[in-house]
Design a protein around this ligand. Structure first.
Ligand code: ADP
Length: 643
């Protein structure tokens, strides 16, 4: 462990802007960061709601450094993610900030050494899991620090874990309410990327943050392109998407079940994509190893259930794909938000079909939860379906869901699929009436209910065994939809379910009219639906931002990770330098047992390769190069650049 704190005669600056520039090498705060940092430095409590990738860490790290420099001791960071603490602390130490973590993975000598550092007030930040923080022994140590004025602040990361509304609930977080009373006067900053009102209210009451100032940032992620494609051989669609758009990129593929995760990872690997599986059914060791490889190696695809992702701060995840429908828009947003933290273009891509809608509905129906809870879940699902079915700007819809008005994608570097390629729509009012009245006839004709497959057969006038058995060829609706393709019918049904005019029921997913179906039958509702497309790949980007549009990218064939195109357009000379810098970075990362991005982000290396600074001063001016890194690596980098 090392610290770069200067001797007393030149006390380092406590000004946030100076700390940002010197320690992190960034020229300016982003959005609300300035206000948050000032507020916490001035003893204020804060609740920070910022999207994933928004820059939450600096909101407590800069105040921790400022307060430490002002003689106020150590900041305690509560984080639920033991497996990630090593890298979080490593990133701070790389930047010259004396940090450590305490968790069960440490030897007792190491733990004791760190406790001594903490009790002496030398540490700037200490990361700990909530279960450790609230042990009597640890609380007593904090008491001692507090009495001596050496407890600078509490940062409660992933604060939504305190709420039972999300799927990340942690019992241990509830005990954090002791902080408020026991350590009066020590500012607390709680941070989360979960935006909904219920969770926010829960965080405030359970952590006793009633007096805290609430900072809600824009939830917009301008560098993410959203696209949804109709499911039609989803694995092949995924493979094509990866090969055509993200060859050699790091990405996450979400599936609903563990079995599907295993199968998809194995299949992708067989198809030449380096893919690993992650779900709660895997051995803890295997999980850790896979997570580690994902963080440390380049261009790995992680196929996972929702068990994977919280706290993963890998900045260069270039795509997040969903092979199954997420639970609701909150989950979708959080999961897709793990792409493009470095601000460079990333894709949020999803395949979705009738079966997804039916499955999700059934999972809600079958759950043991109370009726009110289920109704809430259904509403959330319907909002997600409306997003998937929309033919207008997905970004506008997403942000509207979080109560944030925005302009359509026109102003963005990375537009959604609908803005890039506006989908054809058709007036499906008549078709919908045909389908609904056919279901109505089923009911009249013996009261039996049927699923989508049979309904489409009847509408299209197919004489199947089932049609004969139930004498459905004698219904007036038999064959009235012969001019509409099966794919198109599926789309109509999916959208009728999405809009709540149809419901599916029971084990066989039979179709049932909802109360609102009557309005459609009477012709009171006009249905403008997106045309079912046979095109399955994500739309190509029309503008800058695609990795495939960079000058250095030559072929779309298989490229090895080594010659993966740089994140910004570079000429041939700079591209070669970028590759050299990456090779140098890989060495350093290996030596320090840290992921490469902790040493420098791709974007920082690309800027070095482009600008080709020839002095330490010029190198230090590049975003992402702080004083410590300049001192530790500056000469070597100049040597790499100078060839
Ligand atoms: P979050 O925790 O909100 O998901 P992080 O704190 O991991 O986000 O920040 C996301 C990325 O943005 C990080 O790579 C971080 O270095 C970078 N970042 C944050 N704030 C700034 C800033 N003011 N200037 C430049 N980069 C920033």
């Amino acid at each position: 462990m090392h610290s770069t704190e200067s001797p007393a005669h030149q006390r380092p600056s406590t000004r946030p802007g100076d700390i940002l520039a010197q320690v992190f090498g960034y020229p300016a705060f982003r959005g609300a960061q300035t206000e948050i940092v000032d507020h916490v430095i001035a003893d204020g409590d804060a609740l920070v709601l910022m999207p994933t990738g928004g820059g939450k860490s600096l909101c407590y790290q800069v105040p921790a450094i400022a307060r430490h420099r002002a003689g106020k001791g150590v900041a305690i960071v509560v984080s639920p993610l033991i497996a990630l603490m090593h890298d979080q602390v490593g990133a701070l130490e790389e930047a010259g900030v004396h940090a450590a973590y305490l968790n069960s993975s440490l030897s007792s000598e190491d733990a004791q050494r760190i406790e001594r550092e903490m009790m002496g007030g030398r540490l700037v930040l200490l990361y700990a899991a909530p279960e450790r923080l609230t042990t009597p022994r640890f609380l007593a140590q904090l008491d001692s620090l507090h009495e001596r004025g050496l407890l600078s602040l509490f940062a409660i990361d992933e604060a939504h874990c305190v709420s039972q509304w999300g799927h990340d609930f942690r019992e241990d977080y509830l005990a954090l309410n002791v902080l408020h009373e026991r350590f009066a006067g020590v500012p607390r900053i709680a941070l989360t990327a979960t935006a909904d009102d219920l969770t926010r209210a829960d965080i405030i009451t359970r952590l006793q943050l009633e007096e805290a100032r609430v900072f809600i940032s824009s939830f917009d992620r301008p560098n993410i392109r959203y696209s949804v494609v109709e499911k039609d051989n989803p694995r092949q669609q995924l493979l094509r998407f990866i090969n055509e758009e993200h060859d050699g990129d790091a990405g996450i593929v979400y599936c609903q079940s563990r079995k599907k995760v295993d199968e998809t990872a194995a299949w992708l690997s067989a198809e030449g994509v380096t893919a690993l599986a992650y779900h709660a059914g895997l051995d803890a060791d295997v999980r850790r190893r896979h997570q580690d490889r994902f963080l440390r190696e380049e261009g790995l695809v992680m196929v996972a259930t929702i068990a994977f992702g919280m706290g993963i701060d890998k900045p260069d995840v270039r795509f997040v794909a969903h092979l199954d429908l997420p639970k609701n828009i909150e989950s979708y947003y959080q999961e897709t938000g793990r792409g493009g933290r470095d601000g460079l273009p990333a894709d949020a891509w999803m395949t979705y079909g009738l079966a997804d809608v039916v499955n999700q509905r059934r999972m809600i129906d079958d759950s043991p939860a109370g009726e009110e809870f289920k109704r809430g879940q259904v509403q959330k699902l319907e909002a997600l379906l409306a997003l998937a079915e929309s033919h207008d700007c997905r970004r506008v819809r997403l942000l509207a869901y979080f109560g944030e008005p925005t302009l359509a994608c026109a102003k963005y570097q990375n537009a959604c699929d609908n803005c890039l390629n506006p989908p054809a729509t058709w007036d499906a009012t008549d078709a919908a009436r045909k389908a609904l009245s056919c279901i109505y006839r089923f009911h009249q004709n013996g009261g039996q209910r049927f699923g989508a497959g049979h309904l489409i057969d009847v509408l299209r006038g197919k004489l199947t065994d089932k049609v004969t058995q139930h004498r459905h060829s004698s219904l007036s609706t038999y064959g009235i939809g012969a001019d509409t393709s099966e794919t198109q019918w599926r789309a109509v049904l999916r959208q009728l379910i999405a809009l709540g005019h149809l419901r599916t029921e029971g084990e066989y997913n039979t179709l049932e009219l909802s109360a609102s179906a009557r309005e459609v039958l009477r012709g009171e509702v006009q249905l403008l639906l997106r045309e079912a497309s046979e095109v399955t790949a994500a739309p190509r980007r029309g503008r800058a931002g695609s990795s495939s549009s960079t000058l250095a990218s030559t072929s779309r064939g298989k490229t090895s990770t080594k010659d993966k195109a740089p994140p910004v357009p570079l000429d041939a000379d700079a591209t070669a330098l970028f590759a050299d810098l990456k090779a140098w970075r890989a060495e350093v990362a290996r030596e320090h047992n840290l992921p490469a991005y902790v040493v420098f982000h791709d974007a920082t290396l690309a800027e070095m390769a482009r600008a080709q600074p020839d002095s330490l001063d010029a190198l230090g001016a590049i975003s992402g190069v702080g004083a410590k890194k300049l001192e530790a690596y500056g000469r070597e980098i100049l040597r790499v650049l100078g060839g």
